[in-house]
Design a protein around this ligand. Structure first.
Ligand code: ZN
Length: 671
């Protein structure tokens, strides 16, 4: 493991203790082999002058739930050091009392709650303290000879602490165990099955000691438990390939639906078929290894204790998992706890790889990252004698620890469409783009197709981490391209629940007398056949979707055609008829199909200012009058249409199919 320390960057960060703390905390946060997604914590002890002019010893410790990779100054909680040190001398302290007393000892009441390890940081007699869950170190301790191996690697330079529940109990244990040691003689503290602490007089020495300690464990593993080549690459988040076969993707969608059913909310599923994940899934005892427990206890809130093992009978397998989870809860609950949803958060797919599940794209990605690291740790621990993790009861204690659950708690309820997956055609601009944005704002993950090849659509699909949108370059008149785009979407998010079939063209005005074959065919190809292809290719996945819904963008011209728009009006009328048939045919699978008929949506890119002015002049109106030439005298924008489309995808329309909803400000020919 390389030190990322850079003198120039460190100097630029500022020379006060907290600035240095922020700088080196971020270096730790950047390395997934040290900490993942909010794991680990850091602190610095410094002197702050209060309003009375008195100097106070303050511990700036990472706020609970903050992420080291992105932490800022205000992500640290300033707590009076003497108060924390005094707490370590208590025989007993409940979590609630600990949190309350720590908050009361803060010099800034608006700062976040201090890390659950604040007391432990306080009793380590160095200014800078770094704590990680470094994979290499924890892997070694998750083996039968863990303690012996630590001795072989570090001699007596490292102090070893048996597993104790994090928080006050751990701080108390370390306080008691280290009362008589000379801290200057040791370079770190390793907590079995949990992680490692290093410390120093300045940010650099504490950080570089961490790198050194972890590097030594890595070197030991490389020598005694080298990874096979296939494990060298374990991407947990990759650009979908579009090459997974249809049957496998349908299976994935089935698993996602079954897991969502048990979770009682829609879940996103991320499949990982990388060489490493596949290799792991082929191990003869993969199922046993994947259900033994997590790498470090705080992963349990992300991964649950055990993986689901996929098999032929999908629903029975998921029900069995949920039943086992409830039984585990019943074994250890003290009667005051509420059982979390019993759905698995990751699954082993024998011969294929692994799948991570999450309430949304971001949560699935976090779990996927953790699982990827865990598989490597398991393989190496097996080579060192066996993967040995904490027992169920210890894990339960952490999983149901209120201070851990608080990290997951969200102030508000999830958005309407969280965990659901939508596909939008013509997603680069106009109504399609507005639909993509609205769906994202409603919590859905979105696969956006467009024929354009610039911007996000340039390379046939750009992947943006954590933003929940997959863009795919595809022409809706090309059956293979549509099939591939749908497959990529399912590969990326695990299924498909909603389709907004929007891509269309608005040909130049041409009276029938002069209408060219080419213009006619082009309109039919995009405005009719393109939608048919999208519906056909999406259907196998919509059938496995969660509250599946299709919204097709029609046109006012269906009910009220205009002269010169024969090719457009005829195609949209045929499309509407096709949707009525689809509503009949798809109803058996619970798929709703509705049509929205917009009119005069001027902010779509189909219209230019000059175009609008020309049309207004043609009707003898001002531009302003022309924009609002409807019964309500209102202007209809792409965002208004998108709001309607997204409502039609959602629960408001759960009892409606085969409907045609105008969104045109009112048109007397339509009414
Ligand atoms: Zn920890």
């Amino acid at each position: 493991m390389e030190s990322l320390w850079n003198n120039a960057d460190a100097a630029a960060a500022g020379d006060d203790a907290v600035a240095q703390r922020v700088y080196s905390s971020r270096l730790i946060g950047r390395d997934p082999a040290l900490v993942l997604h909010g794991g680990g914590n850091t602190s610095v002890k410094t002197v702050v002058r209060n309003v009375y002019g008195e100097d106070e010893d303050i511990l700036f410790v990472k706020g609970s739930g903050k992420n080291l990779a992105t932490i800022e100054r205000d992500g640290f909680s300033p707590v009076r050091l003497d108060a924390l040190r005094r707490m370590a001398t208590l025989e007993m302290l409940t979590d609630a009392d600990m949190v309350r007393m720590q908050r009361a000892a803060m010099i800034d009441p608006s700062a976040p709650n201090p890390s659950v390890e604040a007391i432990l940081h306080a009793i380590i007699p160095f200014d800078f303290v770094d704590h990680t869950h470094a994979d290499a170190v924890v892997t070694v301790t998750n083996t039968p000879r863990g303690v012996t191996i630590l001795g072989e690697i570090y001699g007596d330079r490292i102090f070893t602490v048996p597993y104790v529940m994090p928080g006050f109990e751990l701080a108390r244990e370390v306080y008691t165990m280290t009362r008589d040691i000379d801290w200057k003689q040791i370079e770190g503290v390793i907590l079995l099955h949990h992680g490692v602490f290093t410390f120093g007089d300045d940010a650099r020495s504490s950080y570089e000691r961490m790198i050194e300690v972890v590097t030594q464990a890595e070197e030991y593993l490389d020598a005694r438990a080298p990874l096979a080549d296939s494990y060298q690459v374990m991407p947990t988040r990759t650009m979908p390939t579009g090459s997974l076969d249809g049957a496998l993707l349908r299976n994935l969608a089935m698993w996602r639906r079954a897991v969502s059913r048990v979770a009682e909310r829609p879940m996103i599923a991320h499949i990982n078929c990388s060489a490493g994940a596949k290799e792991f899934s082929r191990l003869p005892d993969a199922a046993k290894l994947a259900t033994r427990g997590p790498l470090t206890p705080d992963h349990v809130i992300r991964t649950k204790r055990a993986a689901l093992v996929l098999r032929a009978d999908v629903d029975a397998a998921v029900d069995q998992y949920a039943e086992n989870y409830r039984a585990y809860f019943d074994r250890y609950t003290d009667g005051t706890l509420n059982c979390l949803d019993p759905a698995p958060r990751w699954a082993l797919w024998p011969d294929v790889g692994v799948v991570a599940f999450g309430e949304d794209d971001r949560n699935a990605a976090i779990t996927g990252d953790i699982v990827g690291q865990t598989l490597l740790a398991i393989v190496r621990a097996e080579a060192l004698g066996g993967w040995e993790v904490l027992d169920e009861e210890d894990l339960f204690e952490v999983e149901y620890w209120e201070l851990e659950q608080a990290k997951l708690a969200r102030a508000d309820s999830p958005p309407d469409l969280a965990g659901r997956v939508a596909l939008v055609t013509g997603g680069a601009r106009g109504i399609g783009r507005a639909c993509v944005e609205r769906l994202r704002a409603s919590g859905a993950a979105v696969v956006a197709l467009d024929i354009r090849t610039d911007g996000a659509f340039a390379d046939g699909g750009a992947f943006a981490a954590d933003n929940g949108v997959l863009t795919v370059n595809a022409d809706v008149t090309d059956a293979d391209a549509v099939e591939r785009a749908v497959a990529m979407g399912v590969e990326r998010f695990g299924g498909l629940d909603m389709v907004v079939s929007n891509a269309g063209v608005f040909p130049d005005s041409e009276p029938l007398a002069f209408l060219s074959d080419e213009a006619w065919q082009r309109s039919l190809a995009v405005n009719l056949d393109g939608h048919r292809l999208v519906l056909q290719k999406c259907l196998p996945f919509l059938e496995l979707g969660i509250d599946p819904a299709v919204v097709v963008v029609g046109s006012k011209n269906v009910a009220a055609p205009g002269p010169g728009a024969g090719a457009y009006s005829a195609a949209k009328a045929a499309l509407t008829q096709l949707c009525r048939v689809a509503a009949l045919e798809f109803s058996g699978a619970g798929i709703r199909v509705n049509v929205v008929h917009p009119n005069d949506v001027f902010d779509t890119g189909l219209w230019t200012e000059e175009g609008i002015a020309a049309r207004a002049a043609q009707y003898g109106m001002t531009v302003e009058q022309y924009r609002r030439r409807n019964l309500l005298g209102t202007e209809v924008g792409a965002a208004d249409v998108a709001a309607m489309v997204v409502a039609m995808c959602g629960s408001l329309f759960s009892c409606t199919t085969g409907a045609q909803v105008p969104i045109d400000g009112g048109n007397e020919r339509v009414i």
